[in-house]
Design a protein around this ligand. Sequence first.
Ligand code: BG6
Ligand code: MG
Length: 220
Amino acid sequence: MFDIKGYIFDLDGVIVDTARFHFLAWRETARELGFELTERDNERLKGVSRMESLEIILRLAGIHLDEERKWAFTEKKNTRYLEWVDTLRPSDTLPGIADFLRSLKEAHRPVALASASKNARRVISLLEIASLFDAVIDGSMIEKTKPDPEIFIKAAQALGIRASECVVFEDAQNGIEAAKAAEMTAVGVGSPEHLGEADLVIPDFSPSHIYLLKQRGIVR
Ligand code: BG6
Ligand code: MG
């Protein structure tokens, strides 16, 4: 039985489909290097930092770049990514998530955002959901990215809740691993194919899946 007091959400791919924008921006950037990034390879980029993502792509492509060119490629990718991000509207949140966040707020449950993205604050502000979080830990506040548990430990500390009493919602295998390493309950959002290590996997936050969370004792 879970004794959940704190709720921690990943952003990209859990609250909004920006995971798609990251993929499209990286695919275009990788093409400039003569490499075709597949959706399967892209799974490895989820939850890791911008620079680590480039390094994974370079390893897959067998390409070496000096630090200056690496920096230039990450800047290019981010410019492309932000062109999509800046089109975001409040109606772009994924099914059921905005209502779920509002219900947690109304019930006075502590809620944190834990995203490896340095653009996380910009995204939640465009979606007009920033006020629904009691704490935000973003990519500028961490040393190590997922699967290291640092980001979730920091989120739990910011909420003042013990790690073992937190649940993490994640769409990335790296994120599920990080939540488990932090000794938290992990709910995968997406397909069980990539999220096998999670305590429970739901496709989205529509009412029937929230019901499942309640039945499993993850949400009261
Ligand atoms: C994570 C994404 O949330 O943020 C990763 O899952 C991304 O794919 C990382 O690389 C860093 O994002 P940003 O916006 O700082 O480039
Ligand atoms: Mg994600």
